[in-house]
Write a protein that binds this ligand. Structure first.
Ligand code: ADP
Ligand code: MG
Length: 458
């Protein structure tokens, strides 16, 4: 099934080809025809599955083929939780809609110039992409009128509610016409989101594309245990020196930690930058642009700031601080493995956080693989060791050059598969032999060698 068969027409088809999309993703396959037919939609589908195009292409087709009512307010309104997402969606609208004549979009987000936004609202707008807070601002000052809205999209609805936007969202929706088409996208459609969905939509088509088991099947998920902060720093350094590393997002628990880690990485010679909510919008935009253009290699971010970031070059996600909730974990690892690529997500876990691996596995339905890095093994084994000394003799590395499994992977690879059974895990350790040397420098022994610490180079 191609995009034309879904009912999309020129000039959108040209824009899709220019974007390099050859076939619709699963969610697009289901959502696009339904949206074109005018149905309300309730969609849950994993991150990176192409939801933006799923709502934007049908919206653009409508804009291009049907005249709007008189007035200046937006015909399509997209609400999304963060500024970054709003700007990303706005960019996507301009990209997908580059062949749509006289298309005008406005990004209404906090932190960027008010005057500029006001100017963009002086002439009729086709698409407005907004964060709820800023849109309420504009509404209260009478700067925007929503009576012309034909299509309303709530993107990442669950997150908007998590961030306390329920009242704002309801207030905004209340100012749009009842006749509108509503499309709601959310990781979950239960609970509060489900209630909101029932109130805002009419005979909605429910589309749930991917089960949690299939989520992130293209992302290798690994846990490295760390004894303390200094051990974590060493692990991070070793990971970032891995030759498979292209670009990486490192997640930190707090804004301060994000800044500290970024500074520290820069001092070690990495092109690192931090991204969090305390930064000015201009700074945040520049940082993300640096990532997109490949100037920045490592982005150190907090959960909210990084939500939804879509940069195809992100090969790795590293959870320097483990996520508080399994749901955050899923959003974090969704920053890699974008657009059909593969990715690697590594979580640095303190020993006392061991229970979190289980929570995450239960939530995702996928096993986390516990690994070690040669020379940087944790002092405490992840599970009770059933054999001798915790760290092997230094200096010898009997395993170097040995086949490291199908994907090579981490040097000193320990357990494979689920760590659900403690005995299986320590058994795997026992079978792995003595830990490889800390200083196993020199030429790498093969393409899949993995995360052996490499000599520092600046
Ligand atoms: P989501 O909102 O579901 O997390 P996005 O809409 O941000 O996903 O899309 C994720 C990535 O997939 C983007 O880089 C986008 O350009 C790309 N993409 C979307 N649709 C397709 C497609 N049909 N073929 C290839 N890549 C696509
Ligand atoms: Mg999205």
């Amino acid at each position: 099934m191609n995009f034309a068969e879904l009912g999309l027409k020129s000039p959108l088809l040209e824009a899709i080809t220019a974007a390099g999309y050859t076939e619709p993703t699963a969610v697009q396959l289901e959502a696009i025809p339904a949206a074109l037919a005018g149905s309300d939609l309730l969609v849950s589908s994993h991150t990176g599955s192409g939801k933006t195009a799923a709502f934007m292409l049908p919206a653009l087709q409508r804009l291009g083929t049907q005249p709007g009512a008189r007035g200046k307010g937006p015909r399509v309104l997209v609400l999304t939780p963060t500024r970054e997402l709003a700007l990303q969606i706005n960019r996507a609208a301009l990209d997908y809609g580059k062949g749509v004549r006289n298309l005008r979009t406005a990004a209404l987000v906090g932190g960027s110039s008010y005057a500029h936004q006001l100017r963009s609202l002086e002439r009729p707008v086709d698409i407005a992409v907004a964060t709820p807070g800023r849109l309420i601002d504009h509404l209260e000052r009478g700067r925007i009128d929503l009576s012309r809205v034909e299509i309303l999209v709530l993107d990442e609805a669950d997150r908007m509610l998590d961030m306390g936007f329920l009242e704002d969202v309801e207030n905004i929706v209340g100012r749009t016409p009842e006749t509108r088409q509503t499309m709601m996208f959310s990781a979950t459609l239960d609970g509060v989101v489900g209630n909101l969905a029932r109130r805002l939509t009419r005979d909605a088509r429910r589309i749930e594309v991917v089960t949690s088991e299939q989520q992130h099947a293209n992302v290798e998920q690994i846990v490295l245990y760390a004894d303390d902060l200094s051990h974590k720093n060493k692990l991070l350094d070793a990971l970032l020196r891995n030759p498979d590393m292209q670009q990486c997002v490192v997640f930190a628990a707090t804004k301060m930690a994000a800044d500290q880690i970024a500074v520290q990485l820069e001092e070690s010679g990495f092109r690192a930058a931090s991204l969090h909510g305390d930064m000015h919008q201009g700074q945040r935009n520049r940082t993300l642009q640096g990532m997109r253009e490949g100037r920045t290699q490592v982005l150190v971010a907090t959960d909210v700031a990084a939500r939804g970031i879509d940069v195809a070059g992100i090969s790795h996600v590293i959870n320097f601080d483990s996520p508080r909730q399994a749901e955050d974990y899923v959003h974090r690892i969704g920053r890699t493995g974008r657009a059909g690529r593969t990715g690697t997500a590594v979580t640095l876990m303190n020993h006392h956080e061991r229970h979190r691996t289980r929570d995450i596995e239960r939530y995702t339905g996928q096993p986390l693989r516990i690994e070690t890095i040669a020379g940087l093994e944790p002092r405490r084994r992840p599970t009770k060791p059933s054999f001798g000394a915790p760290s092997g003799p230094r200096g010898a590395d009997p395993r170097r050059g040995a086949p490291g499994g199908p994907r090579g992977g981490y040097a000193g690879r320990a357990a494979h598969g689920s760590h659900a059974g403690a005995s299986a895990h320590s058994g795997a350790h026992a079978g792995a032999g003595p830990a490889p040397a800390a200083d196993s420098r020199g030429p790498r022994s093969g393409p899949g060698q993995g995360y052996t610490a490499r000599p520092r180079s600046r």
